[in-house]
Structure formats: C-alpha cells, structure tokens
Design a protein around this ligand. Structure first.
Ligand SMILES: C[S@@+](CC[C@H](N)C(=O)[O-])C[C@H]1O[C@@H](n2cnc3c(N)ncnc32)[C@H](O)[C@@H]1O
Length: 452
C-alpha cells in the first residue's frame, strides 16, 4: 500500500467526500476517506497501486490532482528525513527522465527565491535528466499547508508551516470540463438550467456511467441529462412542460448533445406529469438525478382538478363534432396545486419501484436555514439516505440528497415513509417570498392536512 495526496478544490466542500466515495465505488477502488476535512483541501489516502490513484480521480470534478507521497513533515528538515527514508530506492528509476519541480502552497505563499532554494534542497535525489518546463515525463511537487496562530504578546496573527509534502504527480481530474459545460457557452438554456459544475458532481454521485440508464423526471432544459451522458450514461428525461424539453427547432436538448458530441448517449424525452408517470412498473433505471420544482417561480402544479368531487360522476366532455375533448391534440388538462414535500415522497416511492437494486436517487431539495432539521428529510423503507450535501446561500440552502435502493428481498430497518409525521405546515415557496422571516400564525398554511 502506498500513500497518496489528493489536492481538492476549495469549492462545494460538503460534496467532496461524497463524490470521492461514489467514484471509489464505481471504480472498485478500496480507500478510507475518514480523514477528509471540509476545511482543508489536502487529503492523504492509502491506495493499493498507482492505477487505483488514477481511477479514483479520473472523472472527479472536486479533486484537482493526485500525487504519490514521497515524504511528509512539519518542517523542511523532517520532510527531507522522511523522503530519504521512504524513497531512496526509487531515485535511480527517475535518474534520467525529464522532469520539473512545482511548489503549491495553501493559506500562504513563498517568494520565488525561497521556492528555488527549497527545490534545490532536494538535490540529493540526484536526478540527471533534462529539466523541462513543458511536458516533462515527471513532475515533482512540494505541497505546503500553513496555519495561522495568534501571538498573544504582540496580539497579531502569525503564519506557521503546518504540513509540507513532497510528491510525484500521478494524474489530474476532469475539473477542466466545467468550463466546457459552462452554461454561458451552452447553446440551449432556460431560466431553470442547472449550474454545470453541480450537475456534473450530481452525475458522479449518481454513478452515471456507460451501460447505465439515468432518468430526470423534471428534465427542463436537460442539464442533468447532458451531465450524465458526459460520463457515458444513456439519459432519458420528462417534464410536465413540453416547451422546455422541446426548445426551438435550432436550439433544444438535442442540439446541446450535438454541441458536446455525445448524441449517442441521448435516449429521448417525453412530456408527462410526474405524479402520473407512464413508465411501466417493470421498467428499471440505474439512477434518477433531478432538481424537482420548488414552486418558487410559479406555484407547484400537477395534473388534476382542484375540485375532483364535483366532476366525479360526470362523463367526459364531448364536443359538437362528437370528439371527446380530452383526446384532442390541443387539449390542455386542468392542473391543481401540489405540495413540494408530497412530490418528494412520490419521488422516493417512484425510485423504490423503478431503481435497480443499489441504484441511486440524487435529488436536490431547498431548505430554509432558520428551521432546518432532520425531520425535513424524506424517508422510505426501501431507500437508504447515504449523503446530504449542502450548498448554502444566505438564508436558505439547497441540498443534494442521495439515496441507495436496498437490494430487493433484504429487510430494511428504516422507518416507514413519514407522510403523516413530516412538517407540512409551510411550503418552501411561502418562506422564500417572506424572506425567511419567522411566520406569523395565520401565515402557516395547514395545507397538507387539507389536501392529502
Ligand atoms: C427546477 S426545474 C428543473 C430544471 C432542469 N434541471 C433544467 O435543467 O432545466 C423543475 C422542472 O420541473 C417541471 N415540473 C413542474 N411540475 C412538474 C410535474 N408535476 N411533473 C413533471 N415536471 C414538472 C418544470 O416544468 C421544470 O422544468
């Protein structure tokens, strides 16, 4: 077993470990990520071989690169001691290759002169190959991490070296594709298009991969479809709003697939209300990745009548020419308001029915920061919540909830679905428009009790 250092992006910190865990599962790499710290972009791991190191980050968005650790210390002297002890047997292997040295510093930096002195202090490794700044065969990197301490006597902050590592560069991640998928460069987008970086991360966490079918039941402009297909999955989407998924003749989801040259990964889209989903019960999906409607732009609606009882015994309307009105192509079905939490419960039930064993549901959910609690997270006896990653805004957050479908036939110890116990007093939409201030009693709509 060899020690490796993963350099992580300092963004979306709460998603980093979940993404790496997913990639380790997908690539069958055994790794312990327990030392991951959201506050530190350096993660030391132990892996079986260099191939595993490459596999672990080759499609990561939140890792930047991975290095084989040649030594580590809390000062330059202890680092040199460790390098000599761990790697003197490796030096002859790299004696004649072209190489360069890099210095990466976290929470601090050194002047160029000092960096050169540090690089020269490694002369004992005795590399004789040419130094090449462009495309060298090997890159050796010094990674430093500083910490700040308060000097009580002088009452000011002091910067101290916390950790210094010397490593051989092994591989980069796929972080550079964020730019390629950037919404600013995408041909077809809408007001609901989802941030490209987070869509790619969601697809990694959803284990989108060649040979898998990924479904987005709230596909809109297809942000999750292209992200899942980028990683090789076959993607299919649906939406209640046909205009979104059709786009225009020149600019639509298919033209986005052409833009990224991934047309072969696009299955299709269809128009449907999720609460009346037409997929046959035996149709199995490998993953469901979606951003359900929060009802902020317009109240959440599903097919149905507000006053179903009134129409219960009425026959379908027949037009003068004898056609049944609901069978005409221009028929617009009635819609009724629905509750976001109820939609999430429906989504979990749908996922439990349609996902393959161990298939994943990744769904985004908004929460108000003031009163967020575990009780807001939907549960289902067949769906195991494996992560809850959060992207925080000032008063609210959105969470990526990831569930794994229990293998069928295994008994689950999870609580049953909590429709009756969840807090349905107020919709996220109401809180959003109130600016997340505390609700007055009369503003708390006992909506769920009335409508379910
Ligand atoms: C938050 S947006 C997701 C947008 C999408 N991720 C994209 O890339 O554009 C929610 C989508 O759900 C759709 N929607 C709303 N109610 C729905 C329902 N009952 N069934 C299916 N889709 C619905 C909306 O039309 C909207 O496109």
């Amino acid at each position: 077993m060899t020690q490796y250092l993963i350099l992580l992006a300092q963004k979306h910190e709460s998603f980093r470990k979940t993404e790496l865990e997913a990639l380790a599962e997908l690539e069958h790499v055994s790794v312990d990520l327990a030392h991951h710290d959201d506050n530190v972009p350096l993660l030391y791991v132990t892996l079986e071989c260099e191939e595993d190191a490459r596999k672990l980050i080759r499609r990561s968005i939140l890792a930047r690169s991975i290095f084989e650790v040649w030594g580590r210390g809390n000062s330059l002297d202890t680092l040199h001691e460790d390098v000599k002890q761990r790697t003197s047997h490796l030096w002859p292997k790299y004696k004649h290759v072209s190489f360069k040295f890099d210095v990466i510093s976290y929470q601090g930096s050194r002047p160029k002169e000092e960096q050169r002195e540090i690089i020269e202090s490694f002369s004992y490794v005795d590399f004789d190959g040419p130094i090449r700044m462009k495309n060298p065969e090997e890159v050796f990197t010094i990674v430093e991490e500083y910490k700040y301490t308060t000097d009580l006597l002088e009452s000011k902050e002091r910067r101290e070296l916390k950790d210094i590592c010397f490593g051989r560069f092994i591989a980069s991640s796929q972080r550079d594709i964020i730019d390629q998928y950037d919404l600013k460069k995408r041909k077809y987008i809408g007001t609901t298009s989802f941030d490209a970086e987070l869509a790619l991360i969601s697809s990694n966490i959803g284990l989108a991969a060649p040979g898998k079918i990924v479904y987005d039941p709230f596909a809109g402009t297809g942000s999750f479809l292209v992200a899942a297909s980028h990683f090789g999955a076959m993607a299919v989407g649906s939406d209640i709003d046909g205009r979104q998924i059709r786009g225009t003749a020149k600019s639509n989801i298919t033209t986005n697939y052409s833009q990224y040259n991934i047309n072969s990964q696009f299955l299709d889209t269809f128009v449907c209300d999720f609460t009346h989903n037409p997929l046959r019960p035996s149709f199995r999906l490998d993953a469901i990745i979606c951003d359900p409607p929060y009802g902020v732009r317009e109240g959440l609606k599903v097919l149905g009548s507000r006053n179903a009882e009134r129409y219960a015994d009425k026959l379908p309307t027949r037009l003068e020419n004898g056609d049944l009105s609901h069978l005409r192509p221009d028929y617009i079905p009635p819609k009724k308001p629905y509750h976001f939490d109820a939609l999430l419960d429906d989504l979990l039930c749908f996922a439990a029915n349609h996902l393959v064993d161990n298939g994943r549901l990744c769904c985004w959910m908004p929460t108000a920061n003031e009163d967020y609690g575990e009780r807001h997270i939907p549960t289902h006896p067949d769906m195991n919540l494996i992560s809850n990653c959060v992207q925080e805004f000032s008063k609210w957050s959105r969470r990526l909830l990831t569930y794994k479908r229990h293998p069928r036939g295994c008994t689950s110890s999870l609580r049953p679905i909590t429709k009756s116990t969840r807090i349905y007093k107020e919709q996220f939409r109401d809180k959003y428009f109130r600016g997340f201030a505390k609700a007055k009693d009369h503003e708390s709509v006992e909506w769920m009790e009335k409508s379910l």
